[in-house]
Design a protein around this ligand. Structure first.
Ligand code: GDP
Ligand code: PGA
Ligand code: MN
Ligand code: MN
Length: 627
């Protein structure tokens, strides 16, 4: 019997600490924790140490409580089904709080409701918080998760502490970030950390029935950011992007604001390397909106011989120009992949499948009768007639086309170190040097396979005009083409006009080695709605062209919208491609597009839209008029 320690909290008296030593924590952490315990009134406190034993204990508890079930086909893998009302990020309930509204959101023109971040005043949010957090952990254990985004101790890394009443969050944070009691040592000298508070919003006894053993409070869900004081408060949702606060909340929204203050970039980007047949390696960062192909590109299996791809990260990049060398150096602040499951298979992304066969958590996928995972896209790898239990609990035989096994935003959560092609420098504290930056989205119409920016400012414009078809990663249901500048619409932590200007400013320092910027589109369709480009492993052909352009090969020619591959310069060997359709620039489409883009950017950003972007739009218009 180990002795139970208590924390004495004003008004609450003695709260038992079932794990860890509160007294040994840095004093500024103790002060904050005591306040949060007083606010949330949990029945016990567990200070996480990140150990395997801890994970086993928490897993066992979740399995006994019916929230997780083992997938016996693999080693240490678990399946989890959420309440069907809690399956994706909720942009409409995600807020930025600053004293001045326009630190958070741009001066949108009258009538244009801003979609580049939602601001609330401190007074308004105080009401929302007071209505939710007091007593929100009654009857539950409060977990304290110390974690690092980026390798522990690297000068590019940042520390966070998440308080949560969700054991699923504890397990997922262990995979997605570096959880360790070593963090306390780094905080002991008073170093600051991002304060993250998360509650499922279901104190016990629960006021409403709990669905699928997945407590959540969809009516009251809010995700609140305080960029000035580096704080996050999330209530009511257990879903990844809303509850694993190291990811979108910290590594993009809060870090984005820190990056603005400090002169670097926190971006929604994968990081990968491509080595060509000559043995020359280049690192690439690429931004696509959620569920538009980052994880797949980051670990692609090349279909043309002689190329090697290695993965550094699949969702978030922190990047800064090195003061001495001028290189843009990037780290992946995460430690795991939280990937879209449907569509992932041994043909499209074998590396992802191989990464998640141990130590992984699957959320809202189906299960085969022999204890394996199943989702749409695994048809050919699963024997016909296999009995599937779908994410809604319904059983059916594989082949029944009326049934769906998985939610379209079902996810696997697996440690990056297990990826067969993880780069040996993926945890390099100094990061990797980026030679090219790619932007892209789902554009069924009008947009060619690949475009290279004329220069940095034009590249920033290509990023600012990014649009994509909506996906299941957030709450937008209808399939519609939405603006998603820089693939950051849901993740920006401060005034988007300032964000664009921040990007433009990197050109002002002549020491900066600016990467070339590209725009790609794997998703153009023909008149029968069939993809014109095979995608996946064949995307190496586009990466090959991009790398040759980084080496200034004479294989590009100007068009109205940027530099396009000269005919025959992209390796299409073995493919049956309608190149002209894939690359066409329909004049009417583009004229409509540039007008709409100006109207949208001007409406959203008003006078915060940088002049350089207005000039790029004007130049594009002039080029188009000559088509
Ligand atoms: P992420 O959320 O940006 O990381 O996107 P993923 O890589 O997880 O991909 C999201 C969805 O797009 C999955 O269903 C993929 O199968 C699909 N996808 C990814 N890359 C391609 C591609 O090159 N072509 C096509 N047609 N689909 C793709
Ligand atoms: P994704 O990550 O970009 O891989 O979809 C999760 C998200 O953005 O919600
Ligand atoms: Mn993402
Ligand atoms: Mn992904």
């Amino acid at each position: 019997f180990s002795e139970v320690h208590y924390i004495t909290i004003e008004k609450l008296g003695n709260v038992p600490v079932t794990k860890g030593d509160f007294q040994s924590l840095p004093s500024h952490v103790q002060t904050w924790l005591a306040q949060m315990i007083q606010l949330c009134t949990p029945h016990a406190v567990h200070i996480c140490d990140g150990s395997v034993e801890e994970a086993e204990m928490v897993t066992k508890m979740l399995v006994e409580g019916g929230q997780l079930a083992p997938l016996p086909k693999y080693e240490n893998c678990y399946i989890c089904r959420t309440d069907p009302r809690d399956v994706a990020r909720v942009e409409s309930k995600t807020f930025l709080i600053t004293k001045d509204k326009h630190e958070s959101v741009p001066h949108s023109r009258d009538g244009a409701s801003c979609v580049l971040g939602l601001w609330k005043s401190s007074d308004e949010i105080k009401k929302d918080i007071d209505d939710r957090f007091p007593g929100c952990m009654r009857g539950r254990t409060l977990y304290v998760i110390p974690y690092s985004m980026g390798p522990i101790g690297s000068s590019l890394s940042k520390i966070g502490v998440e308080i949560t009443d969700s054991a699923y969050v504890v397990l997922s944070m262990r995979v997605m970030t570096r959880v360790s009691s070593d963090i306390w040592k780094h905080l002991r000298n008073g170093e600051e950390f991002v304060r993250c508070l998360h509650s499922l919003g279901v104190p016990l006894p629960a006021a409403q029935p709990i669905v699928n053993n997945w407590p959540c409070n969809p009516e009251k869900t809010i995700i609140v950011h305080f960029p000035d004081s580096r704080k996050v408060m999330s209530f009511g949702s257990g879903y990844g992007g809303n509850s694993l606060l190291g990811k979108k909340c910290f590594a993009l929204r809060i870090a984005g604001r820190i990056a603005y203050d400090e002169g670097w970039l926190a971006e929604h980007m994968l990081i990968m390397s491509v080595t060509n047949p000559q043995g020359e390696e280049k690192f690439i960062a690429a931004a696509f909106p959620s569920a538009c192909g980052k994880t797949n590109l980051a670990m692609l299996t090349p279909t043309i011989p002689g190329y090697t791809v290695r993965c550094v990260g699949d969702d978030i990049a922190w990047m800064r120009f090195d003061k001495e060398t001028g290189e843009l150096r990037a780290i992946n602040p995460e430690a795991g992949f939280f990937g879209v499951a449907p569509g992932t298979n041994m043909k499209t992304n074998p590396n992802a499948i191989l990464t998640c066969l141990q130590n992984s958590i699957f959320t809202n996928v189906g299960e085969t009768a022999d204890g394996g995972f199943y989702w749409e896209g695994l048809e050919e790898e699963t024997p016909a007639g296999t009995e599937i239990t779908g994410w809604t609990g319904e059983k059916y035989k594989l082949g029944d086309k009326t049934k769906k096994s998985s939610h379209p935003n079902a996810r696997f959560c697996c440690p990056a170190r297990q990826c067969p092609i993880i780069h040996d420098k993926w945890e390099n504290p100094a990061g990797v040097p980026i030679s090219a930056i790619i932007f892209g989205g789902r554009r069924p119409e009008g947009v060619p396979l690949v475009v290279e920016a004329f220069n940095w400012a034009h590249g920033v414009f290509l990023a600012a005009q990014l649009k994509s078809e909506s996906t299941a990663a957030a709450e937008h249901t209808a399939k519609q083409i939405m603006h998603d500048p820089f693939a950051m619409r849901p993740f920006v932590g401060y005034n988007f006009g300032k964000y664009i200007q921040h990007w433009l400013n990197f050109e002002k320092n002549p020491n900066n080695k600016l990467p070339k910027i590209f725009h790609v589109n794997w998703f153009r369709v023909d008149e029968n709605n069939k993809f014109l480009w095979p995608g996946y492993g064949d995307n190496i052909r586009v990466l090959d062209w991009i790398i040759r352009r980084v080496n200034n090969e004479d294989i590009a020619e100007p068009s109205a919208v940027g530099l396009l591959p000269k005919k025959g310069s992209l390796n299409l060997q073995g493919l049956n491609i309608n190149w002209d359709k894939l690359m066409a620039l329909p004049k009417d489409y583009w004229i409509g597009d540039v007008d709409e883009t100006l109207q949208w950017l001007d409406g959203q950003l008003g006078d915060d839209l940088p002049q350089a972007i207005r000039e790029e739009i004007q130049k594009q218009k002039e080029r188009l008029s000559k088509l």
